[in-house]
Design a protein around this ligand. Structure first.
Ligand code: ADP
Ligand code: MG
Length: 579
């Protein structure tokens, strides 16, 4: 029982930090006195013990019997329900940890992968057949490099059980709040996966709060400062969702939608909310009812990135250097080539809608005006601007586009819908824009988006080679790791993901780090980039996110990215080599 673990920890007091190693394995956390059998059958499994007090924390799992947790069975019937329940418990544990974990550095601390505003699959809580498992990281207490055994005993046999009692035990469960959390998630996901059937790319609910508190915050702007969303009548749609809830708002149809309006009238804010709408959001976020098709991809210019073997010929023809743009590679893309590559890669990753903001686009990729067309003959200009390709992209590949363009009316000629924002309030101005359109523009052409050959990474690519000093005896390279949301470090390579805007959580980046290692193992000179990603997705669907981890037990804190972000990470890797 619990006192056995306490005795062990007390006996380690004053010893060298390495003494903590003997904690590895399973411990019984049930209370010692028979009256308080509240945590009967609760186990602590120590998977990894940090080598010193300054190393990343130790990895531990707490397992609670499903009967002790007594979660309502009807909430666990479907994958959506299980994701939402696990998310709910993670948030409760994160709160309890904040409340109860020691604050003095020497006393150690307990943590859990902290969720943001999105409700997505995570490794933090897993609901298994027999138990509910919480994955924690624990900094074990030290004084200098000596073990503080008594503090460790307090941390693991008093604080930790208190955290478990107040979160994972049936008596602590806030059943109503849990039910609401699950219903909201199921409703959102149902709507998200229903959009394609009704011919919509995105839905923005009336009353939604789109702006965020600040540029570096994902929290909603205070309700008193925000203008809530209101749909224009011509685009208004309603849905009845599984819980019986009815939502009404603006439906953005398939095809080409252009968002216009004066500077600072909320165009980018709307597009950004739609971009984030691929992920389900927490109640109270303001974007609960901003719901976007799951395969919608935001693309932008990103000069300086690497591009490997991508067919950008629909946009970029013969280059002055004589480079073949049907299999284009560079270590330093320009604004226009990077945006063309991002678009073609998104389509390869099965995107069915694109989101593009003028603020983050290369002008020469997007448009070319009349006077420029007259001065520079077409055969001297390698770039065919997006405005000339946006319709073929929809006609040939079924890819819709939502575009913010406040600075040019060039897209009026090709738009199905034009939405104007006026002080954050949208208006359908399609008819007025059409009256200004040039009827001759956008004439039909031969197919431009021909099917391309799959891109096949060379064996062991993108990792490639062994980094000296990390392998030893030709052994295993160091695992890749995330540094914040925007960087994965693999060997000597830093993969820059700052332009991958739908990667929203640093724990998704941690998942991508593991995924890159697994991708290198899968690369055998036969599997394509797409097939490698599909294999990773198959494994995650079968075994959860744990499948990305190189070892059993605690896989580390991760959150699940979409297919598109796996592609984005592989495609930006400077070590990617194709056969
Ligand atoms: P645009 O892209 O049209 O130039 P932005 O989307 O960047 O404009 O918005 C300009 C400012 O207005 C931002 O600071 C944003 O947070 C704020 N804003 C956007 N939408 C709203 C809204 N509905 N209510 C209040 N403020 C908003
Ligand atoms: Mg803008």
């Amino acid at each position: 029982d619990r006192s056995t673990l306490a005795r062990t920890l007390n006996s380690l007091d004053g010893r060298g930090y390495a003494g903590y190693k003997q904690l590895r394995g399973a411990h019984d956390l049930s209370a010692d006195d028979l009256d308080a059998d509240d945590l009967a059958g609760v186990r602590l499994v120590v998977d990894h013990v940090q080598v010193d007090p300054y190393a990343p924390p130790s990895l531990m799992r707490v397992q609670v019997d499903r009967r002790t947790a007594a979660l309502p069975e009807d909430l666990l019937e479907d994958a959506r329900g299980r994701t939402a329940v696990a998310d709910f418990l993670t948030r409760r544990i994160a709160e309890a940890v904040k409340r109860l974990s020691p604050t003095q550095p020497g006393d150690g601390s307990i943590g859990i992968g902290r969720p943001g505003q999105q409700v997505i699959e995570r490794t933090s809580v897993v609901i298994g057949e027999h138990d509910v498992e919480a994955r924690l990281h624990v900094a074990l207490p030290a004084s200098g490099r000596r073990i503080r055994g008594r503090a460790a005993a307090r941390l693991l046999t008093e604080t930790l059980p208190r955290i478990v009692e107040s979160t994972l035990r049936h008596e602590a469960l806030e059943a109503e709040a849990l039910r609401e959390h699950v219903a909201l998630h199921r409703d959102q996901q149902q709507l998200r996966h229903q959009l394609a059937e009704v011919g919509l790319v995105a839905f923005v609910g009336d009353g939604a709060v789109l702006p965020r508190r600040s540029g570096d915050s994902d929290l909603p702007l205070a309700a008193s400062d925000a203008v809530p969303f209101r749909s224009p009548e011509s685009l208004r749609v309603s849905f009845t969702l599984p819980s019986g809830r009815q939502v009404t708002g603006m439906g953005i149809p398939e095809g080409i939608t252009v968002i216009i309006g004066g500077g600072y009238h909320g165009k980018s804010t709307l597009l950004r909310a739609i971009e984030r709408g691929v992920h389900p959001h927490l109640g109270g976020d303001g974007r609960e009812w901003v719901v976007t098709r799951p395969d919608t991809v935001a693309i932008r210019a990103e000069d300086g990135r690497a591009v490997t073997g991508v067919d950008i010929s629909p946009f970029i023809g013969a280059l002055p250097s004589g480079t073949d743009t049907r299999r284009f590679s560079t270590t330093n893309a320009s604004g226009s080539t990077s945006q063309a590559a991002a678009l073609v890669e998104a389509v390869e990753a099965q995107a069915d809608a694109l989101l593009i903001d003028e603020d983050t686009s290369a002008t020469n990729f997007m448009i070319r005006d009349d006077r420029m067309r007259r001065l520079i003959p077409a055969e001297q200009e390698p770039i065919t601007p997006f405005v000339d390709r946006i319709r073929p992209l929809h006609a040939e590949r079924g890819v819709s586009t939502i575009l913010v363009a406040g600075g040019s009316g060039a897209f009026f000629d090709v738009a199905d819908h034009v939405i104007a924002l006026d002080s954050y309030v949208p208006r359908d101005v399609t008819d007025q824009a059409r009256a200004l359109a040039d009827p001759g523009a956008g004439a039909a052409e031969d197919a431009v988006f021909a099917p391309t050959a799959p891109r096949v990474p060379a064996p062991d690519s993108p990792r490639g080679g062994r980094e000296p000093g990390t392998g030893g005896r030709g052994g295993r390279p160091k695992p890749a790791r995330a540094r914040g949301r925007a960087v994965v470090q693999q060997g000597k390579q830093d993969i820059d993901l700052s332009a991958v805007s739908q990667l929203v959580d640093p724990l998704q980046t941690s998942a991508l780090a593991h995924a890159l290692d697994r991708a290198s193992e899968l690369a055998d000179g036969r599997r394509s980039v797409a097939e490698i990603v599909e294999e990773l997705i198959r494994r995650m669907d079968a075994d959860g996110l744990d499948a990305l981890s190189p070892h059993g037990g605690h896989p580390g804190a991760m959150a699940r990215p979409r297919r598109h972000e796996f592609h984005a990470a592989l495609n930006r890797h400077r070590g990617l080599r194709l056969v």
